[in-house]
Ligand binder design. Structure first.
Ligand code: GTP
Ligand code: MG
Length: 206
């Protein structure tokens, strides 16, 4: 995916304010438990990402089951932070959310000033993502859904996923491998395109 329309310095569009100046944008990497949020921030960030990983304990097993992510040993307890410049004039600051339900109270503060979000979904565990999608509506943040493909993920038609998760018709659904830098970058480009479609001036600070 290229960035046509985003690489004209001085042009007042989504990458620039009305004054044509470069923009920094806060973007959330959200989603249910173990869907690959930290993996995405790590793979795509140009700076050494800040992560807040702690060892998973049995205490959370009833609430956030490990089915499908059995070899997961760590979980985000606060946030992930990374940065990527999509071009000379558009820099994204990436904030990964914690996925365990007991840390969701942190989401309210984390979303402050965010202009858009990626909601990662593991199609083997769709239920783990219901609440994240509902939360986007509550936070009133435009988002794209990224289906993070695992080796044993089934190849569901996108429309089925859309129906199952009640994803609004105007919300883009893309697939990705969160471990892959180019794939993760494509997801962010899809988000920026979506923001731009919603409003040419959407990347103004909120
Ligand atoms: N095969 C495959 N494995 C992945 C992918 N993304 C993440 N993983 C693995 O899945 C596990 C979960 O990834 P994390 O990045 O910790 O997930 P998270 O959403 O940050 O998890 P929490 O912070 O606990 O909610 C890790 O063991 C990753 O190595 C992917 O795209 N493909
Ligand atoms: Mg994490």
């Amino acid at each position: 995916m290229d960035l046509k329309g985003f690489d004209h310095p001085g042009r007042p569009d989504a990458a620039h304010g009305a004054d044509g100046a470069a923009r920094s944008v806060k973007v959330m990497i959200a989603g249910g438990f173990g869907t690959g949020k930290t993996t995405m921030v790590r793979s795509v960030s140009e700076i050494k990402p800040l992560t807040t990983e702690e060892t998973l304990t049995q205490a959370s097993a009833d609430v956030d089951p490990l089915v499908g992510v059995a070899d997961k040993t760590q979980t985000t307890v606060s946030l992930d932070f990374g940065k990527i410049s999509l071009n000379d004039s558009l820099t994204l600051y990436l904030f990964g959310t914690p996925g365990q339900e007991r840390f969701w109270f942190l989401w309210n503060g984390l979303f402050k000033g965010a202009l858009g979000a990626v909601v990662l979904v593991d199609t083997r565990r769709l239920a783990s993502s219901f609440r994240a999608i509902e939360e986007m509506e509550r936070q009133n943040v435009p988002f794209v859904v990224a289906l993070n493909v695992f080796p044993d993920s089934k190849d569901y038609p996108v429309e089925e996923i859309r129906d199952a998760l009640d994803i609004p018709a105007h919300t883009p659904v893309v697939t990705c491998d969160a471990r892959d830098r180019a794939s993760s970058r494509d997801v962010l480009v899809a988000l920026i395109r979506h923001l731009k479609e919603r409003s040419g001036a959407v990347l103004e600070s909120r």
